[in-house]
Write a protein that binds this ligand. Structure first.
Ligand SMILES: [Zn+2]
Length: 72
């Protein structure tokens, strides 16, 4: 079996920055180690994608309100 793919290469693949070449795909196909790496990278990407930006916005609004009240 060929060497495992580097995490950066797998991340590029998951993030669709750069696709894997044929031999890399073949390796992933037969390697549970690299497949599990891809899985958690995908979950990481999904988390980042679905992170609600509203929570950050609300935090800023709350901070703004608090400051306003304190100033009044
Ligand atoms: Zn591997």
């Amino acid at each position: 079996m060929s060497r495992h793919l580097q995490l950066g290469v797998l991340a590029d693949h998951v993030l669709k920055v750069k696709s894997l070449d044929a031999s890399a795909l073949k390796h992933v196909d037969s390697c549970s180690h690299c497949r599990s790496d891809i899985r958690w990278l995908e979950q990481l990407g999904a988390l980042r994608e679905f992170e609600p930006p509203s929570s950050a916005v609300n935090g800023v609004i709350e901070a703004f309100k608090t400051r306003k009240l304190n100033a009044a």
